[in-house]
Design a protein around this ligand. Structure first.
Ligand SMILES: Nc1nc2c(ncn2[C@@H]2O[C@H](COP(=O)(O)O[C@H]3[C@@H](O)[C@H](n4cnc5c(=O)[nH]c(N)nc54)O[C@@H]3COP(=O)(O)O)[C@@H](O)[C@H]2O)c(=O)[nH]1
Length: 832
């Protein structure tokens, strides 16, 4: 489409071009800055759809341009722009054939696209109308006049289709019949008709029969008074049959017809404007946000609610694509599906998140509809949305209320059961354990009855808070009701770990609760633990059994915890007791290191010693490491303990060095947990540096399983130690995975054949075969071999026979305190 804009003010030109580039990009605009340029552009032959002209031009008026356009019979729309206060001139322009006008003030540019579209439609309609014939009903009694008129009109106005009747009755019946099919456009009446003159007939048609058809009256002799009377009665025009009146008749008929059309159009326009005003008032008064886009998705209109809900003004929004509201919460697919549905079905409905101007995200319920014109072509899209954030908040509040205990704000029974069910599902898939723990306050009823329910409620909240503080964030704590709480611990590896949590909960309540009144109240609890999968495989069974365990704990004296099985309860309490004592033992320095000699198989010379820890609680029997090392590993205390043993062994070696004793090396055990939990390499090298013991005199013993469990971490550690000269031995060789691959991968110095193969070496051919194979393999790989647990000479003789290098065992000595070791093996230069 192409427009010609005639305007001498460059600022107005710029503003208009920008506005139309945004809102009607399909419209190309030529600019002329004077009347002369405008006329030249029209005469140049370029086809325009619309002309916009300022009324006041430097070399004339916009009206002159309109005149020229009409003279040339050009079928194009004309819109006149005037300065404010010039509305009178604008109306004159309309009378001269302009299709519309705009007064240049305020937000006139906003109305420009609508005005242009309307003017072009009007011009098109006008052109279409001109192309159809005008239907005239002609009433004349005299045949001569009829003949003359018809002949003349056929020549000068062929577009007039004329039907002739002879009298008033025929006029009425024809008009009535045509009203049902194709109504006449103009009624032409001769003044003198049989039985009634044209004025009386007009009066009757208008008043009695409500015909609003334009009426033209021709008369032989008329006076001004008759003409005035005719016009008062509703005659559209009045023509005296002077010479040549038949030349004027076509114009008069055309004018009467067009006048009537104009009146009809104006009336329709007024009705339409009123309807639009009503629609716009309705849209503006609704609480739903409304936006209208063109087919390219550009916003062309928004209502007041839109600006209130989004925070964007009309100016911010018009011309934008609605994507400027996007929240970022939906992916491309979401919007693609939305548009695909809208274009396919003409509508889309759904919930989506948008962002307000202040950055806040909000959910809305959006309905999108395609709007079609009379021909069924989509012209626009309309979006109507409701802000549903309040609804969502209410839903969230309701959901919270149905899943959380209103007093303590902890998960309620419903939520705990659902989490327990889900946790069991996860544990089943991942082959893990979990613990369900029931906690019931002891004698809470007494407290409630004596101090009142309000204090009881306060205490329940305080208990909930305190318990929560003793749990990890990933553990679930909930209130089942009354004074009963429930805890859910996932990924529990051992019953002992569950016992730690259960005891922690009991201990958490050891401190009294201080009431607002300052009074202190002691609250204790009985706790029951059930474990998945041993005590139940579904949530009902687990809760039932945890409850049973809790009641048994209550019956056994309250303020304690119990497992569903009594064995487990006993076991767990022993373990917990051991852990407490172990911690105390470490801080009280209750540990000592014993040494067991390592000897050469071939000549019995002393090659070194293995350092083995012992626990000597004051006044009690010495405790074997087999009884406390696993607990130290479980609790992580092994890190502290292992470091202490190493430090002590290195210190002892240096002390013996200082005394002039020669003990070539010392072996120290390293647990897999140490490798897992700490940077053992750095610690080892630091201890060596502090003690001054040469790295080559330290042998580190790692079991096969430690090596396999810690994988790459162990490999890195061994490489690091190897680089510094520390020697490495594989302990308990033959009992674990025994992969030849790791013998090759790690630079192992020694294999220690496990005691279980040595024990029956003399009687069991298989053990002998295994021991021989280990020795042969180690020899081939240039790795030393040491036998553990040698208790008699027969074993020693066989070890010699198969070529084993060194040994340790009761046959020589059990591990002994350093003083004994010194006296028996160092002082006199021992040789077995
Ligand atoms: N991570 C650490 N582990 C340690 C440490 N100290 C000991 N341990 C490990 O504890 C397990 C039991 O040790 P222990 O009770 O000291 O038993 C050792 C010897 O007493 C025993 N032994 C030695 N000779 C004989 C024998 O002829 N017969 C027999 N029945 N037992 C004998 O063998 C144990 C030596 O074990 P090993 O380490 O495999 O060489 C044990 O697994 C220790 O490793 C420590 O400080 N850290």
């Amino acid at each position: 489409m192409r427009a010609l804009y005639v305007e001498d003010n460059p600022v107005d030109v710029d503003l208009l071009q920008r506005t139309l580039a945004r809102s009607m990009p399909e419209l190309a605009i030529d600019v002329a800055s004077s009347l002369a340029e405008g006329l030249a552009a029209i005469d140049l032959g370029r086809t325009y759809d619309i002309v916009l002209t300022d009324l006041s031009l430097p070399d004339g008026s916009g009206l002159d341009l309109l005149g020229a356009i009409h003279e040339r019979g050009l079928a194009l729309a004309c819109v006149v722009l005037t300065g404010s206060g010039d509305e009178g001139a604008a109306i004159a322009a309309l009378k001269s054939g302009a299709d519309d006008y705009l007064v240049k003030d305020g937000d006139y540019l906003e109305h420009l696209p609508g005005t242009l579209t309307f003017a072009m439609e009007r011009a098109r309609a006008e052109a279409a109308r001109r192309s159809r014939p005008v239907r005239v009903l002609y009433a004349e009694h005299h045949l001569f006049d009829i003949d003359l008129t018809l002949r003349r009109l056929a020549q000068s106005a062929p577009h007039l289709r004329i039907d002739v009747v002879r009298g008033p009755d025929a006029v009425l019946s024809r008009l009535q019949a045509a009203a049902r099919t194709t109504p006449y456009d103009v009624l032409l009446l001769d003044y003198v008709l049989p039985g009634m003159n044209a004025l009386d007939l007009t009066k009757s048609l208008r008043r009695d029969h409500r015909f609003d058809i334009p009426i033209v009256v021709v008369t032989g002799q008329g006076s001004e008074e008759t003409a005035a009377q005719a016009l008062r009665l509703g005659v559209s025009d009045y023509l005296i049959k002077h010479d040549g009146y038949l030349h004027e008749l076509p114009v008069v008929l055309d004018n009467a017809f067009r006048q009537a059309e104009l009146v009809r159009e104006r009336t329709a326009l007024r009705a339409l404007t009123e309807r639009l005003r009503l629609h716009s008032a309705v849209i503006d008064s609704t609480h739903d946000g409304v936006l209208i886009t063109d087919l390219d998705g550009r916003i062309v209109s928004v209502n007041r609610a839109f600006t209130e809900l989004t925070g964007y003004t009309r100016e911010d929004s018009i011309g934008q694509n609605p994507r400027f509201l996007r929240s970022g919460r939906h992916g491309r697919d979401f919007y693609q599906t939305m548009w695909a549905t809208l274009t396919r079905t003409g509508c889309w409905q759904g919930e989506l998140w948008n962002r307000r101007k202040n950055g806040e995200l909000y959910p809305e319920w959006l309905t999108l509809n395609a709007v079609c014109d009379d021909a069924g072509e989509v012209t626009n899209y309309v979006g109507v949305f409701t802000d549903i954030s309040a609804l969502r908040q209410t839903e969230a509040r309701l959901s919270h209320l149905s899943h959380y205990d209103p007093l303590t704000d902890l998960p309620n029974r419903l939520l705990i059961m659902s989490r327990l069910e889900h946790a069991i599902e996860v544990a089943r898939r991942q082959k893990q354990g979990l613990a369900a723990i029931c906690l019931d306050l002891d004698r809470f009823k007494t407290i409630n009855d004596s101090l009142g329910h309000q204090i009881g409620d306060q205490l329940l909240c305080a208990v909930g808070k305190r318990l929560r503080g003793h749990l990890r964030s990933e553990d679930t704590l909930g209130r089942l009701g009354g004074d009963e709480f429930m805890v859910l611990i996932e990924r529990i590896e051992t019953p002992a770990a569950a016992a730690v949590v259960a005891k922690g909960l009991v201990d958490a309540l050891a401190e009294p609760f201080r009431l607002d009144s300052g009074q202190e109240v002691f609250m204790h609890a009985s706790v029951g633990v059930s474990l998945y999968p041993d005590d139940g495989e579904d949530h009902m069974a687990l809760v039932r059994n945890a409850d049973a365990a809790m009641y048994r704990a209550k019956s056994q004296g309250r303020n304690t915890y119990g497992f569903y099985t009594e064995d487990l309860t006993r076991f767990a309490s022993q373990r917990l007791d051991l852990e407490t004592r172990l911690r105390r033992g470490l801080s009280n320095e209750e540990f000592v290191v014993f040494y067991q000699p390592v000897l050469s198989v071939s000549d019995g010379t002393l090659l070194g010693a293995e350092a083995l820890v012992r626990w000597q609680p004051p006044g009690e029997q010495m405790i074997s490491p087999a009884d406390f090392i696993p607990m130290a590993e479980e609790t992580g205390l092994i890190v502290q303990l292992g470091e202490w043993v190493l430090r002590e062994a290195c210190r002892q070696m240096r002390a013996w060095d200082a005394q002039g004793f020669v003990l070539p090396s010392v072996a120290v055990n390293l647990s897999a947990e140490q490798v897992r939990r700490q940077d053992v390499g750095t610690m080892l090298l630091q201890v060596l540096a502090e003690s001054g013991l040469a790295a080559e005199r330290l042998e580190i013993e790692l079991t096969e399983s430690s090596l396999m469990q810690q994988g790459e971490k162990a490999a890195m550690l061994l490489d690091q130690l190897k680089q510094h000269g520390v020697r490495l031995a594989i302990d308990d060789f033959g009992t674990g995975y025994s992969s030849l691959a790791y013998l090759k991968r790690f630079s192992i110095d020694k294999l220690k054949i496990d005691r279980s193969f040595i024990k029956d070496l003399a009687d069991d051919r298989n053990d002998l075969a295994i021991a021989s194979a280990i020795v042969a393999m180690a020899n081939a790989l240039d790795i030393a071999v040491q036998a553990e647990g040698v208790e008699n000479d027969a074993q020693l003789a066989l070890l010699k026979m198969i070529g084993c290098g060194s040994w340790q065992g009761y046959s020589c000595s059990p591990p002994v305190p350093p003083v004994d070791f010194e006296q028996r093996f160092l002082l006199a230069g021992f040789c077995a």
